[in-house]
Ligand binder design. Structure first.
Ligand SMILES: Cc1cc2nc3c(=O)[nH]c(=O)nc-3n(C[C@H](O)[C@H](O)[C@H](O)COP(=O)(O)OP(=O)(O)OC[C@H]3O[C@@H](n4cnc5c(N)ncnc54)[C@H](O)[C@@H]3O)c2cc1C
Ligand SMILES: *[C@@H]1O[C@H](CO)[C@@H](O)[C@H](O)[C@H]1NC(C)=O
Ligand SMILES: *[C@@H]1O[C@H](CO)[C@@H](O)[C@H](O)[C@H]1NC(C)=O
Length: 586
């Protein structure tokens, strides 16, 4: 089957809106009861493709059991990590340090502790999935004003990685801005029973460390949010030319409370999201059931992947670019999965209550159907497999960055078809935060999704342009990575861009002096020891390094380490000859 037909099959599956689907597998799999465990993420693969092991796992149901679990690890200085129900972070965050670490799963810590409609205060346990928080808050007439777009994340996990939606209004789009209290279990001296609960309220400077903690301070037990009365919003997507995209990016976030943008570089289009609050009396009971987060039939996922691999390995640019036109147009035709009444899409604007619009993810929540259908990225199926890079740039610098990306696109438009095929580059606003590991400036976040091979070290077509736009962002525009996304090299030197990193590390030294919540990965990322780069043969192909030698690419396949086409300081794996007239490394 050709790419187009396969995608039609896949998208027909989406159109049929299959009823049942299998929820994602647990990221913690133990072979003997709760011992001998393997830990992974929801894609079944960390960026370095290594397997993470833990000697055992506990599944506390109460704060008391959680304290006991932390105490047991602290008493013998055993490495420990919190794992969540699904583990959606790409990087190796969920992996405990060493070889005999232990896992504390928050899967069963998923209750609402209290909710008070009058004050808007809601306290939940940290393992609660965002979907359940949104529902429970709505039942009390309350709304979390901003959140990630995917509701399969847990509260503990999304806070730890600084997750966000899109807004510059009010406190902005990061969920941690709405936190007013936290309870965290940390190691303690023997005299205190090896573990204590620390209660943090607004005004406590430690809260700025604990809100976005990368999981290295202890296990968050409960979180208190200040919510807002339920409101309605009105959403319109409009596709326009990308000629004034750079200028629009500077203002869009100020014009629309929930505004975002998706750039289709090859098509030269931007899908602008106009999205703002409207009076609750405005008619409409719209629903966001985003197509990309619905369950897909297994057969369609396998066929779609097979066709993608075929195009990747043997296809021409023309074939790839033709296939890349289909997903954006089918999504557009179906209103991206939005409906005006929960059943039918009849046109924009879609008006609905916040809890029905802010996030979606129906593929996580249906009953087991024996894997007849699942989330697109389910690792039990040889379906789509991809990388996702996420980095933010100060809003003030974003227009210049966008203009440079457009220039690179103009040099070789077909190299950007792979991004169109993944529905483009998503741009979202995040406000400056007092959280030590939050954004230090008002920022624009760029999410870039692209093909990943199942075969380690297998080159991707036009990987050099993705690498160049990432390095351009990181090196020239001071971009910082999303803690829960990206490939290794993106984190190299990242911590130096956080003015309050030292404050964070001071809190860490107080809360976890023996570093039992530290892992090799967190030490590398926090600049405590080692580098997130894994330098070796072919490392740049996998995003484990920036190449500095041809061997980091795949010289045997004609890929050599070269400067970027536009950004001379970039080093990318390219088929371009060395003497291309551009400045080369001497
Ligand atoms: C389909 C999809 C859509 C996404 N959409 C968005 C989006 O719109 N916006 C966005 O910002 N991000 C988004 N993400 C990325 C996402 O934010 C991160 O991957 C996410 O924050 C991880 O949450 P999790 O609950 O899966 O945590 P995990 O990945 O399991 O854990 C992350 C870290 O938090 C730690 N941790 C978890 N719970 C606790 C706790 N109770 N106490 C202490 N530490 C803890 C873990 O140890 C780990 O270090 C998306 C990811 C996917 C897969
Ligand atoms: C995990 O394994 C270690 C080492 O065998 C042991 O000391 C500890 O009690 C175990 N913990 C649990 C919860 O099984
Ligand atoms: C908590 O998790 C359990 C088991 O994972 C589930 O049965 C239950 O419905 C969840 N509770 C809430 C409030 O989400």
């Amino acid at each position: 089957m050709e790419g187009r037909e396969v995608l039609v099959v896949l998208l027909l599956g989406l159109l049929l809106g299959l009823a049942g689907s299998s929820p994602p597998p647990s990221p913690v799999a133990c072979t003997r009861g709760t011992s001998d465990c393997m830990v992974t993420n929801v894609y079944g693969s960390f960026p370095d493709r290594t397997i993470c092991r833990a000697v055992n796992a506990t599944f506390p149901r109460t704060e008391q059991e959680l304290v006991a679990a932390v105490a047991a690890a602290a008493a013998v200085k055993r490495k420990v990590k919190a794992a969540t129900k699904h583990s959606h972070s790409f990087p190796k965050l969920a992996c405990p340090g060493g070889r005999d670490g232990t896992i504390i799963s928050t899967e069963r810590l998923n209750r609402t502790v209290s909710v008070d409609a009058a004050s808007g205060l809601m306290t939940v346990e940290s393992g609660m999935v965002l979907k359940d928080l949104i529902q429970a808050a709505a039942a009390a007439g309350l709304a979390l004003p901003h959140s990630p777009y995917w509701y399969g994340l847990t509260i503990g996990g999304l806070l730890a990685t600084g997750a966000h939606g899109s807004s510059l209004w009010g406190k902005g789009s990061a969920v941690h801005e709405y936190v007013v209290g936290m309870r965290i279990v940390t190691p303690a001296p023997a005299s205190q029973g090896f573990a204590v609960v620390r209660e943090l309220a607004v005004g406590d400077p430690d809260l700025d460390a604990v809100k976005v903690s990368l999981g290295v301070l202890g296990v968050v037990s409960q979180v208190t949010f200040k919510l807002q009365p339920m409101f309605k919003r009105s959403v319109t997507f409009e596709k326009r030319d990308d000629t004034d995209f750079a200028a629009q990016a500077a203002v869009w976030g100020n014009l629309h409370e929930f505004g975002d943008m998706a750039w289709l570089p090859r098509q030269g289009k931007v899908i602008y999201r106009t999205d703002a609050r409207v009076p609750v009396s405005t008619p409409g009971n719209g629903l966001n059931d985003y197509l990309g987060f619905r369950a897909n039939p297994t057969l369609a996922l396998i066929t779609a992947r097979a066709s993608e691999e075929h195009l990747e390995e043997d296809g021409s640019d023309i074939a790839r670019c033709l296939a890349a036109r289909l997903p954006p147009s089918l999504f557009e035709l179906q209103g991206y999965g939005f409906t005006n009444d929960g059943s039918f899409f009849t046109g924009y604007p879609v008006v609905g209550f916040q809890n029905r619009i802010q996030a979606s993810g129906t593929c996580i929540s249906s009953k087991e159907d024996g894997l007849l259908s699942s989330c697109t990225w389910d690792p039990r199926i040889r379906g789509p497999f991809f990388y996702q890079s996420g980095f933010s740039i100060a809003v003030s610098k974003a227009p210049a960055y966008i203009a440079e990306m457009q220039k690179l696109r103009d040099l070789n438009p077909r190299a950007f078809c792979g991004l169109d095929a993944k529905l483009g580059v998503l741009l979202r606003y995040v406000k400056a935060s007092s959280a030590y590991l939050g954004k230090s400036e008002d920022s624009l976040d760029f999410d870039v999704t692209y093909y990943r091979s199942y075969t380690e070290g297998e080159p991707r077509s036009h990987a050099d342009v993705i690498d160049e736009i990432e390095q351009l962002a990181l090196k020239k525009y001071g971009a910082v990575p999303h803690w829960g996304k990206n490939r290794n090299f993106v984190f190299d030197g990242a911590i130096a861009k956080y003015p309050k990193a030292a404050e964070f590390l001071k809190v860490k030294a107080r809360y976890d002096p023996d570093g039992i919540f530290s892992s090799e990965w967190s030490d590398q990322v926090l600049g405590i020891s080692g580098s997130p780069n894994v330098v070796g043969k072919g490392c740049a192909i996998e995003g484990l390094c920036v190449c500095s030698d041809d061997s980091h690419c795949a010289p045997e396949k004609g890929l050599f380490c070269r400067p970027g086409q536009l950004f001379a300081d970039a080093r990318v794996c390219s088929t371009r000859p060395a003497a291309s007239g551009l400045r080369d490394e001497l």
